[in-house]
Write a protein that binds this ligand. Structure first.
Ligand SMILES: [Fe+2]
Length: 411
């Protein structure tokens, strides 16, 4: 993120003496931390701590939730019903971090789903950035950079290694996209120095970072860390205990920080004939992209077919999460709000046949979906397997193998 911010108090010159003026540590130097990406060669921020940011008094194993995956073999398009994964009322005992159920994953990205109402433990992802889409609900994320409030439709983007905790205001439904890399706006939206260009569907004003420091006093504070290791998906967990509270940053400046972006601030790009998925792109990470299909006027050529053509995006697995509205191209497939469709590479897909005729003459699609396209194949996590409807693959033909007749009419 090229947008430079300066929050709270910082000294006039970096890497110089700056003493604490009052309180129990008065007279001592602030502890400066440079938090930077790509080996001090990319975006960074300088944070000024009251305590010592590396002072830990314990380090123990944190057993991560189930991150085992199963290959999508034999190759099958799938419909995963995320709303089946959590029962109503269960959320009171579930938090948005440790309650995540892995739906799909590969060596570059993991997609999880959680319905939670409880505050999370302090946590940081030591593997990559997180982009958590809020399907429903509101609350705040407390971080070392300050507080980021969130609401329905927000992408909450949290840089790798940012210590934080989630504090929901009641029930929150969240779709967590965890990268093993960084997540940022597509390069083509940015000038060579990083400013959003005029053709970008959003710009700096639509991003909402913390606005002031967030200080908490405390000792012996446990922080859960997800990091690289020899566990399932190449990950393991550690619980570190800090001598003093990690939320002790009185000020920071730089280009690395958490922020939210609300999907309703994405200005859709439309055309006379069908526009390809890259016009819907919102973010990207290494080997994957995130797009959103927002409510919009649709193709206005007199002979336009508003739903997509059949397509083989030969290098990608495509994951659509149907969030809201009425998803035209999937009419007749059983897909509804809270559904995921997985259309794997090596397989052409497109609308159910009845949806094509049904879309002719439509002027507006009231639909909201978040798409993740990955260049490496996705495997099913335990949540993905549990949410699989088992019959989606046969909905284009209207019949499947013996014993799987398909239950959807496509007439
Ligand atoms: Fe597609």
């Amino acid at each position: 993120m090229a947008h430079y911010l300066r929050i709270g108090e910082i000294p006039p010159k970096r890497h110089t003496q700056w003493r604490i003026e009052s309180g129990p540590s008065a007279g001592q130097l602030h502890h400066e931390e440079v938090m930077g990406e790509e080996g001090f060669s990319s975006d960074a921020s300088l944070l000024y701590h009251l305590g010592v940011p590396s002072a830990i008094v314990d380090s123990e194993v944190w057993e991560l939730p189930d991150l085992q995956t199963t290959a999508n073999h034999p190759l099958t398009p799938r419909h995963l019903k995320l709303h089946d994964l959590f029962k109503d009322g269960e959320e009171a005992d579930i938090d948005p971090v440790t309650g995540r159920r892995l739906v799909l994953g590969n060596g570059d990205v993991r997609i999880s789903y959680v319905v939670a109402a409880k505050a999370s433990p302090y946590y940081r992802n030591g593997v990559g950035d997180e982009c958590v889409f809020i399907e429903a609900g509101s609350g705040r994320v407390e971080t070392v950079f300050g507080v980021v409030p969130f609401r329905t439709g927000d992408y909450v983007v949290i840089p790798r290694a940012t210590t934080h905790r989630w504090v929901p205001d009641g029930r929150v439904q969240a779709y967590a996209i965890e990268a093993n890399s960084h997540i940022q706006p597509p390069k083509r939206y940015l000038s060579r120095y990083g400013q959003f260009l005029e053709h970008s569907p959003y710009c700096e004003r639509d991003l909402h970072p913390p606005t002031e420091p967030f200080l908490v006093e405390g000792e012996n504070v446990e922080v859960l860390i997800k990091h690289r290791g020899n566990g399932p998906s190449g990950l393991v967990g550690t619980a570190m205990t800090y001598a003093t509270h990690p939320f002790d940053v009185v000020g920071w400046d730089g280009c690395l920080y958490p922020y939210t972006f609300n999907v309703s601030d994405f200005e859709p790009i439309t055309g006379r004939v069908h526009q390809p998925p890259p016009v819907h792109q919102v973010f990207e990470g290494y080997n994957f992209v995130i797009c959103n299909f927002c409510p919009r006027k649709v193709d206005y050529h007199p002979l336009a077919i508003p739903v997509p053509y059949y397509h083989s995006n030969v290098d990608s697995d495509e994951v659509m999460f149907y969030v809201d509205g009425d998803y035209e191209a999937r009419k007749g497939s059983g897909i509804n709000r809270g559904s995921i469709s997985l259309h794997p590479g090596g397989y052409a897909h497109g609308p159910q046949p009845s949806a094509i005729e049904g879309s002719l003459g439509e002027e507006y699609f009231d639909e909201l979906a978040v798409m993740v396209d990955t260049f490496r194949p996705l495997e099913l996590g335990e949540g993905g397997t549990a949410a699989d409807d088992g019959v989606y693959a046969w909905t284009w033909a209207g019949r499947g193998p013996e014993g799987h007749p398909g239950r959807f009419s496509i007439g």
